[in-house]
Design a protein around this ligand. Sequence first.
Ligand code: UDP
Length: 211
Amino acid sequence: SSLNHIGIETHLIKRINMREQLIKLVEIIPIEFIVRNIATGSLTKRLGIEEGTILEKPLLEFCYKNDSLGDPLIAREHIYAFNYCDSTTLDFITNQCFRVNDFLQGMFKGIGIKLVDFKLEFGRTKREEIGASVEKILIADEISPDTCRLWDVVSEKKLDKDRFRKDLGNIIQAYQEVARRLGIMHEETNICRQRESQSFDSFLLLPQQSQ
Ligand code: UDP
């Protein structure tokens, strides 16, 4: 995968076909890691930051993964207090988040798209090595227009799930546009069978289908 090429490990082992992929079994860390480059969505609502404000530095936020609580924003201290992960792991993940941001920002810039924000999830995988259990932290879940905000550089047109969330229509065309610009356009027939709200699993995780 593209991320593997820059030394970032993900759960993907291989793509089996358009719908299925073989992945490593991980225990998901119950935190959504949100990286923001431009203020929009919940950040503007929560803090009254003006929509579209370019952030001086990328901002990393932590949300506790719990649908019934509405995935609340939490502080680093909550992560330690409730033992969601330790400080070494959190430092590693923080670094990975910013590296992925740099990589994706550059990739999208090259195809005329602004990476506004996105969400990552990480998982733990355990492996036995000479009698000892070694833990690894991998990116899991997906990176796709369902989990990123993507705006066209010129028109600022939304090319992501906000088209569904805000009822803007043409979501399939927007996703196709991103895929076309990335050079990973799916077959027309498969696209047509997709339900509008269905996620394109690992649409960007990972565009190239190498192991
Ligand atoms: N996001 C996601 N899953 C979630 C929550 C957020 O993929 O459960 C992504 C979302 O697509 C956006 C970023 O995280 O790219 C920041 O979302 P925000 O907190 O602004 O969400 P909102 O509450 O505005 O939907």
